[in-house]
Structures are given as structure tokens and as C-alpha cells.
Design a protein around this ligand. Sequence first.
Ligand SMILES: C[S@@+](CC[C@H](N)C(=O)[O-])C[C@H]1O[C@@H](n2cnc3c(N)ncnc32)[C@H](O)[C@@H]1O
Length: 314
Amino acid sequence: MNFIPAEKTSFLQEVVLGLSNRPKRLTPKWFYDKRGAKLFEQICDLPEYYLTRSESSILETAAVEISEYLGPEVILIEYGSGAMSKVRTLLDSLDKPQALIAIDVADEQLLQASDTLGVEYSDLTVHPIVGDFTSSFDLPLWASAGKRLCAFFPGSTIGNFEPDDAEVLLRSMHNVVGHGGAAIIGVDLKKDKSVLEAAYNDASGISEKFNKNLLDRINRELKGNAQLDQFKHIAPYNEDKGRIEMHLVSLCEQMLTVSNYHFPLKPNETIHTENSYKYTVEEFQALAKSASFAPTAVWVDENQLFSVHLLTRA
Ligand SMILES: C[S@@+](CC[C@H](N)C(=O)[O-])C[C@H]1O[C@@H](n2cnc3c(N)ncnc32)[C@H](O)[C@@H]1O
């Protein structure tokens, strides 16, 4: 019997929908099961993956200024919180932060990271929400009691969305933070193709393992039959669209089975697993304005690799 537990049905539905598409697609939010989250942490430490180092250094430099902009007793809402390492820099410099509400689909990592943070910051209320931040989610009642809310969305995860969808997400964030609210968004900058491609095609092959783990997860959780050695990881920079595209390329003619569904693949046919859009400072500010945010400050590292934007409600 091909039984898939109820909590996996949205994963199954999205996988079936994506693999029925032309070209075949999978959604990057499913990368982060326990193994995927660990692999992503390894990616963050890779010499080629400048994103995490650059963003962390910007946050360290800008933390005091950010704290002055936001004022005391802020409630942070972290979107796609992952290991929650960068938020510590903000918490350390903010004046009496009241709470961290963290939302992520990766349930195991979210709950574990929330527990650890709650112990380290014993005066802080840490409130995890397991869920998809592109759908509506309920804030706890105490978060709507006149405190300043600030969304924190690091990691350039905003780049995983088509620009139109990124605008919709920023609009929803604008509603969530409410009157007087703000948002701090980490955005990867456009730059030389060779630097970008190296970051997503590291020499030690961790990005490849991360990409292929999506198939492995489908095998484990959705009764898939993917043979990982029959796929190749590629991540070219599409200069026209301003995005890195991650794909898994089929190395032969094969039939991919997921639960009771069958998907034929031709040699060289790709499954598109992720886009990572890059923005200039001006492009991202225009996007933020179209979502009704006022671009209020922006910080860029000394190598001009990454940007952190402070947006406020106009
Ligand atoms: C690129 S990682 C960034 C992790 C961390 N914020 C950082 O900066 O290192 C993306 C994170 O967002 C989460 N995520 C991606 N799409 C999501 C969605 N639609 N809803 C909730 N979480 C999502 C993933 O599970 C993962 O933890």
C-alpha cells in the first residue's frame, strides 16, 4: 500500500504539480528537511558562498544604527528563520527587544533553534510558527498591543521569488507589521557572473548535495524512486533575468515515480529547483516602493557583494 501521511499531502501535491509542468519544477521551500537544513548551514561556511559572511558583517556594522531607527521594545518577526544565527546580532544591539516571532516551514530546525535562543535570551519571548509565510498566519494576540513590529528577512530568501511574487510577499509583510512597522531585508546584489556561479557551484560539492537532497527527500517522504547518480546539478547565472537558476539535469531517459505518479524524463531534460534573483540597490528599492514600503536606509559591505535594506511604512 502506498500510504503518504496527511502532513505530507501539501508536499506531495506541490511535487506532483511541479513535475507535471513544462519545464519540470520543484519549489525551493522543500529543500529544508533536517538534512537539507544541515547542508545549508555547511553552504553558509563555504569560501565561495560570500552571502552569509557579507550579510553578517553588514548587520554587525549597522546594528547600532538599526537599533536607533527602530527604538525600544520592538517585536521582531523573522521570516524563514533557519538556524537563527543572524538575528542574534540584532537582539544584542536592540533596546529591550520584547519578542521574536519566527516563522519557517522547516519545523524541526525551527523548534530546535527557538528552544536554544529562548535559553540564551531568557528575557525574550520566543514564539515559533511552523508554516508557509506566503500564506496568511496569525500573530499571537500580545503582538498587536501597540508595540512596534519589525519583519526580519535575511539570507536573500526574497530572491527565491519571482519579482511579482516578491512584491506580493512584501505587501503582505507591510500588512503584518502594521502602522509604524518596519522591515529589514537581506538582498544579494548583482555582480560578476563568475563570483555568482562559484557561490552556487562550490568546489567541494555541497551545493550539489543540497540540490539533490530534494530528490532524496522525495524518495524518503513520498515514496520516490529517483536515482541521484542519474542527475547532475547545474547553477548557471541567467544574465537577462538577473538570476541564478538551479537545475537537476537528467543524465538519461528515465521514469521518475513519486507515490503513484509517473514522470518520464528525457536525457538532458531539467528539473528547475530554484531561482535566486539578484537586485541592484535601486531595483530593490523600486520593488519595496511598489509594495508601499518607504526605503529608509541601506547598507552594503565594503566589497559591494550584498545589501541590507531598512524599509518603513510610508
Ligand atoms: C536561504 S534559507 C535562509 C535561512 C536563514 N534565514 C539565513 O539567513 O541563513 C531559507 C529559509 O527560509 C525557509 N523558507 C523558505 N521558503 C519558505 C516559506 N515559503 N515559508 C516559510 N519558510 C520558508 C526555509 O525553510 C529556510 O529555513
